[in-house]
Design a protein around this ligand. Sequence first.
Ligand code: HEM
Length: 416
Amino acid sequence: MGSVTTPSFDRRAAVSLISRLRTERGQDNPFPIYQELRSQGAVIPAPWGGYLVTSYELCDQILRSSAWLEPDKPWRERQGPRTRWNAPSAREISSTLPALNPPDHTRVRRAAGSFDRGTIEQLSSTVTEDTDRLLDALVDRLRDGEADFAALVSEELPIATVGRWLDLPAADWPRLRDLTHEQVFTQELLPTASQLVRSDVAMAELREYFLELVRDRRTRLREDPVSEWIRTWDLLEPDQDKADEQVYYLALFVLLAALETTSTLLSTTTLLLVENPRRWDLVTADPDELVPAFVEETLRYDPPTHVISRVSAADCVLNGVQIRTDEMVHLMVGAAHRDPGKHPRPEEFDPHRRPAHLAFSGGIHYCLGAPLARLEANTLLRQLVRRLPRLTLVRPPTRAPRVAFRRLLNLDVDLA
Ligand code: HEM
């Protein structure tokens, strides 16, 4: 990817921008900070080591290239036992699909299957029913005044969808959802020691839950995905304990991957809809065209995941910057989506845009659940504008203190 040009960096400026990104104000609106980061260069040394990549084209290239790898278990071990990469929760994550590289990744991904058209059609009716039920509850609440859309709808639809799909008892859904919020820190950009402890505690509980689930499901196999994964892994792995462990990692990661990201997409889509009355009217006037386009523009404008990381498989030069084997690059997807070199007027939310984006990553790790996330967001948006009179935003939402994984803690709305 080019020759070394030894670009000069303003290290102090990078430190200050990252500190701002971690403040409440930074979380609320990271985009001006991203603009400043981009003005420092397309590849900037990160103050804690490694690099931040802010250009869309470079992020896209890295995701598609075999010269860049996931930070897998051997890589994590090379970082040393006392690093965050070897905390108990991080070690658990290192055995799941997105932390594997080929050939292991190829084998496990194949065994996971995919959301084909038939599966999505089947899920579509339960997503429609659940959306209807949740909007009924929202309408009820709105009769008495404002309502928190995040709590009543965005947090509920993904767990109901995945809970039914994996056939998990509804009584367990709230606990599982809370645990996924707790474990996420181990995948964050710069977790604190106390956040890592929270991840470790949550991950231990999730491990126990899903190992038990797999053992129990084995005793009465059905047509659900967990049963299917057991059948598949029994053919691939002669040792039953190892087969169960593989099914456990898959079920665990699907739950972790599917909940918070989708809730954030639902809340962000709704926020962008209710904060501007013209947008509500626009989508209402032409839902067939504008519902899917609105969701895709939301995924570009403010994706649920703002950072994706990779490590270099060999010494290389990236945009004139020398990168050594095993060094990490953080793809600043939230910043890359506002790269004017890719999208004209990037700071403008334009529901007619139908943009390319990296919200679901790219290359071999492209999100397995993208069709399901899109189904939920499209169903919700369509039902919202069809069923409800225009909603307005009561107050700006509060966000969780994260950099990589966006999360709206509330979304207070009222009838216009
Ligand atoms: C808006 C919602 C979602 C977003 C933004 C999202 C985003 C992502 C991203 C960025 C990755 C790749 C990480 C990397 O390249 O290192 C990924 C991978 C993955 N996602 Fe999603 N995801 C969403 C919903 C879902 C859902 C609903 C499911 C499952 C039902 C799911 C399952 C997975 C799995 C299994 C992988 C690993 C793929 C692999 O490594 O081969 N995701 N997702």
